[in-house]
Write a protein that binds this ligand. Structure first.
Ligand SMILES: *Cc1c(COP(=O)(O)O)cnc(C)c1O
Length: 349
């Protein structure tokens, strides 16, 4: 992919990253989120011929990293704002973070999800939030739900908790980057992160570029949901007319203004993969860990597999993959397994 604007040499990294590093260091995520394992992946490492590590965000209490940003944002609100109630739009995982945070902080939350949100995510939102939460289903994808949430915020005077386009949310997700740096003191070549609205990539990149700028931070999207890659190519935020929902956790038509500002300057590359490669990555993560991740949760590994196929052994140092979530409908696993079987191994094991 031709991406001339990546790593613009005129960018003053410190100016961009330092304020975020300060926010990330101060982000109060550990009341609810946990420091997840960064674990070696020997099977994948053999298969791909490099040193692969998995950052297990699928093992958060809500089974995705989203709790970090959602809780960091809610902790930044005033008591009056929390008393007045919050509203959020979410593809399903951010909402679980908001639901848990709301019930922990004694706030009420209105949550808008697209009608296509997997049932496992809808059920979890209600279970985590209990009486703190009321759930509205609206539209076909995240961006539809977001437009409705904006309306609800106005009509009912609620405080908005953005899913990705917010400095506190970005800083909360950035704690993933901080943990990776603390947990892996040796040489790191690159960190692979999935991109939807861009908060995880922006936060992780801001942290890593502030501390160890030579480590590459590489975003991964699918061809059918690549708003960030298209926006960076275009030099401005574009809105996709259609977005594929297979990786429902990353299906957004338009990325955030702040996440775009950070990602266009800080990411070293964005790799695009297809859905079959995502299915193969779900299988490969299962074979490594005996855990099942959701499609968006396997995106980063699919990107790494493509990257290593193209950059044949020209890298020294470990490669980290963020396995970002595990909220997948059980009933959908048969299809995923069949598609993975039809997809030949990327490299002979
Ligand atoms: C939200 C989400 C992403 C993408 O994060 P953004 O900050 O929106 O880019 C990736 N994986 C999973 C499982 C998610 O829930």
């Amino acid at each position: 992919m031709a991406t001339p604007s990546f790593n613009d040499p005129a960018t003053d990294l410190a100016t961009l990253c330092q304020p975020y590093l300060a926010r990330i260091l101060a982000a109060p995520v550990y009341d609810l989120a946990r420091e997840t394992a960064l674990q070696p992946a020997p099977r994948l490492s053999r298969q791909l011929g490099c040193d692969v590590w998995l950052k297990r965000e699928d093992q958060q209490p809500v089974f995705s990293f989203k709790l970090r940003g959602a809780y960091a944002k809610m902790r930044s609100l005033s008591a009056a704002q929390l008393r007045g109630g919050v509203v959020t739009a979410s593809a399903g995982n951010h909402a679980q973070g908001v639901a848990l945070a709301a019930s922990h902080l004694g706030a009420r939350a209105v949550i808008v999800v697209p009608a296509t949100t997997p049932q496992v995510k809808q059920d979890a939102i209600l279970a985590l939030g209990g009486t703190a939460v009321s759930l509205i289903r609206h539209g076909a994808c995240y961006s539809d739900a977001d437009a409705h949430a904006t309306q609800v915020a106005q009509d009912r005077g609620l405080t908005s908790v953005p899913a990705f386009d917010d400095p506190d949310v970005i800083a909360g997700q950035g704690t993933v980057g901080l943990e990776i740096l603390r947990q892996h003191a040796g040489p790191l070549h690159a960190v692979f992160v999935p991109i939807g609205g861009g908060s995880l990539a922006a936060g992780v990149a801001a942290c890593i570029k502030a501390v160890r700028p030579r480590i590459r931070v590489i975003g991964v999207q699918t061809h059918e949901s690549c708003a960030m890659a298209r926006s960076i190519e275009a030099g401005e935020r574009i809105e996709l007319e259609h977005v594929g929902l297979f990786c429902d956790g990353t299906a957004v038509r338009r990325v955030g203004a702040e996440t775009f500002r950070l990602c266009r300057r800080l990411l070293d590359d964005i790799v695009l993969v297809d859905n079959d490669a995502v299915c193969a990555a779900i299988r490969d993560i299962f074979l490594e860990t005996r855990s099942i991740v959701e499609p968006a949760g396997a995106l980063a590994l699919a990107g790494l597999a493509q990257y290593t196929a193209r950059h044949d052994h020209d890298h020294a140092g470990a490669l980290v993959v963020v396995t970002s979530g595990a909220n997948v409908n059980f009933e959908g696993l048969g299809d995923i397994a069949r598609r993975a079987a039809a997809c030949r191994d990327l490299q002979p094991a």
